[in-house]
Design a binder for this molecule. Sequence first.
Ligand code: PRX
Length: 647
Amino acid sequence: MGNKQQNMPDPVRVDNPALEQGVRETAVKLRRMGQDDPLHFWAEMSRDVAWYRDWNKVLDQSEAPFYRWYLGGRLNASYNCVDRHVDGWRRNKAAIIFEGERGDSRVLTYQDLYREVNKLASGLQKLGVKRGDVVTIYMPMIPEAVVAMLACARLGAPHSVVFGGFSSDALRERIRDARSRFVITADGSLRRGKSVPLKQNVDVALQGGSSPVEKVIVTRRTGEAVSMEVGRDIWYEDVLAQGELYCEPEVMDAEDALFILYSSGTTGKPKGILHTTGGYMVGVHTTYKYTFDHREEDIYWCTADIGWITGHSYIVYGPLSNGATTVLYEGSPDYPAQDRFWSIIEKYRVSIFYTAPTAVRLFMKWGEQWPAAHDLSSLRLLGSVGEPINPEVWLWYYKHIGGERCPVMDTWWQTETGMFLVTPLPGDESFVPGAAMRPFPGVDVDVLNEQGEPVKAGEQGYLVVKKPWPAMFRTLYNDPERYLNTYWRQYEGLYLAGDGAKKEADGTIWVIGRIDDVLNVSGHRIGTAEIESVLVEHEAVAEAAVIGKKHEIKGQSVAAFVTLKEGCSGTEELVTELKRLVVSRIGALARPEEIFFSAELPKTRSGKIMRRLLRDIAEGNIIGDTTTLMDPQVITNIKEKYGSMAG
Ligand code: PRX
């Protein structure tokens, strides 16, 4: 700020070390446009996306909150990500730089990507995939996964990507819920030198009657032997071989589905979050372009997995629609050593690096000697996503990775929002470490108290979005009632994000974390109810309450309080069994770190388990309000027993 008082430095602000006049002007212009007339702003932004037919109305609110964007517009997402780049010079530009965990590397130019997407789409079409069919993708982080997503988009067949770390049970549930007739997978995936048997997991998921799946397409990654069921299973390369060189993209309506992505909520059943085509493409294209100050020569690397929304929006659709070069890394950050990420940045001269606070905390723990041993001077911009980033972690990231040269974009958003909603811009003059800063231009958010009034400066409240935004999800697949109840009924007409937040007098927004029964473990969302319903499946378990306990690296870790049935005892073997059960039903990401047996659980008079009191005990906090408990003695007993165990 021009008139900042020299003798009163603000210790919690970091000046933008890379502020450029042009970028500054863009940020100011976009913010002004977005504020003056958000719909005009989003109309203008839509010009960057290629349409077969122009839309005739930006936003239709007649059935709010089932909003519709870019009415009458027609487009295809795969056309936007590949076709429009291959007619000009970009055909020879790297679209995907793939780094395998073993150090193998592959570069796909836009032309290569175009050819493979066309061939796969055509081959899938010959197998019977058509517009409207949901295709499940359960794959490692390899280029074929991106190709599969884009091939589905080309055919107008919504994809449902299931994270490769989910178990076969979780996969089965998602396949069934989406009534998916097609699965695209790989023989296996590589993780820390070991292989995860993806195809075998698919086989298990499809066992038993009534599976809707007709065809399973299998790509080779690990080379391990897999069983192929005649008539059902087919190799990816054979599908490609059958495909034509060109497959006409389906002309999709702006409101036709692009994908479903399952995410955790507050019940045992994951929600199928549905995104459509036009608004999503405009939203991710625009936010990628301006938040990361997209430049043609950038090498961009987002470390998320394509199984999560970050992978969808900011590995695939946002960057590729902009014609960016995106790095895809298959494996883990500590294989073969704890400098793997830094060696990748050095190897490809990555200029934009986008990762999660949980990863940065790990890097801090491993020590600054690892990044220091590599040339990271190619970096010019950093990003963070998935959970709040502690100010000290932000500063470490800024200093040891960014060399105090790179602005850090702390992007707040969700599977539901599809795109960044609260984030700094590279044209901002300064940043507050730990704060997601301000709404993206054209986005309107606020922090409200219980009564729906804006909180006072510095106070905590509920984060809401006040106006619709283009990349918003449209509904929950097959469950519009849950869509209304979860997000829109708390404050009439406003979107309830499920996060607590704080707003400073100058508008700076701090996101504090989830305020519902959803955990955030290493940036992954897991519902407490999902884990609880697995635990109570065990014959020895009467009741279970799961909480997220503060964790130095993961943000939160899973802790379970379990009541056993009469005559059952809480042995070490039972702990192991219960952990194993959770891993097999959901996946390793949900494994409880701690299981604590308790004769009773704290409940309200109406029988609701008070998880927040259990969290207070687990974290050693002062116990919160217990006046609504049916029997306050229960909490005293648990505290004593827990304390003696922990001690
Ligand atoms: O609690 C917020 C947290 O992650 C949740 C969304 O999780 P998911 O849908 O899995 O998407 C993660 C990737 C977008 C939010 O409700 N979250 C995400 N980004 C941030 C964050 N919390 C604080 N700061 C962020 N930048």
